[in-house]
Write a protein that binds this ligand. Structure first.
Ligand SMILES: NC(=O)c1ccc[n+]([C@@H]2O[C@H](COP(=O)([O-])OP(=O)(O)OC[C@H]3O[C@@H](n4cnc5c(N)ncnc54)[C@H](OP(=O)(O)O)[C@@H]3O)[C@@H](O)[C@H]2O)c1
Length: 192
């Protein structure tokens, strides 16, 4: 069975974005989880997919221009992810979205199709890119095997919490804790 691995960048108070709808404390949307070598597919929620596609398309087409979320020139690691995204199948969990601009994007309509994706072989692991509602609902459904968090050193205050929709208690197994530059902490949890 392929593993489904979620990765999210959050504040100390568990927010995955601020009141303006972006995590403006994140300087670059690179793969800081070290996940690229072990995955060959990405899964995303319908809420975040249009913005994700727009962001990485602009980096692919205009790598010298400031990126629209960060307002800064893309980092080499972001360019690397843009190239990886362009050649990697993306699956969007949505009952309402029907089309995407990327030829490598297709749609899954519910939890059974996500479970089927994990069973589809051969294949490496699958990266669950977000957003919050999708990550929380797939963890609740028992479909996520690992949660990788990068915790930024701030209280975001107002904003959307990663687990705002989760009502049930659940224990995780800490597999790795590592300090990153800029006061960030990388945490890897196994989900039993
Ligand atoms: N901080 C970070 O690391 C990070 C990472 C990724 C994203 N984000 C942010 O997250 C935000 C988006 O998160 P979000 O919570 O609003 O939306 P989301 O999780 O991307 O998408 C929610 C949508 O996904 C579909 N969905 C979710 N669970 C489903 C299920 N069990 N069955 C069927 N469909 C399901 C539904 O789409 P339909 O209504 O179409 O069926 C639902 O409306 C963006 O603003 C993005 O910037 C932050």
């Amino acid at each position: 069975m392929r593993k489904l691995i979620a990765g999210m960048k959050i504040s100390v108070d568990g927010k995955m974005e601020g009141p303006a709808g972006t995590a403006d404390w994140v300087a670059a949307w690179s793969d800081d989880y070290g996940i690229m070598p072990q995955v060959d597919a990405c899964l995303l929620g319908g809420g975040m997919y249009p913005g994700y596609e727009k962001y990485w398309t602009s980096l692919q087409n205009e790598p010298d221009k400031p990126a629209w979320i960060t307002g800064a020139a893309p980092t080499p690691a972001e360019i690397e992810w843009a190239r990886f995204a362009a050649r990697t199948p993306h699956y969007v969990l949505s009952k309402t979205l029907a089309s995407a601009h990327w030829p490598q994007t297709s749609f899954v309509r519910g939890l059974e199709e996500v479970a089927a994706l994990k069973k589809r072989q051969p294949g490496k692991d699958i990266y669950l890119v977000g957003g919050a509602r999708t990550t929380a609902s797939l963890i609740e459904a028992g479909l996520v095997d690992e949660l990788r968090l990068i915790v930024y050193p701030l209280l975001a205050g107002e904003g959307k919490a990663l687990f705002a929709t989760t009502g049930r208690r659940r224990g995780f197994e800490l597999r790795e804790a590592r300090q990153l530059p800029g006061g960030r902490v990388s945490l890897i949890y196994g989900i039993g």
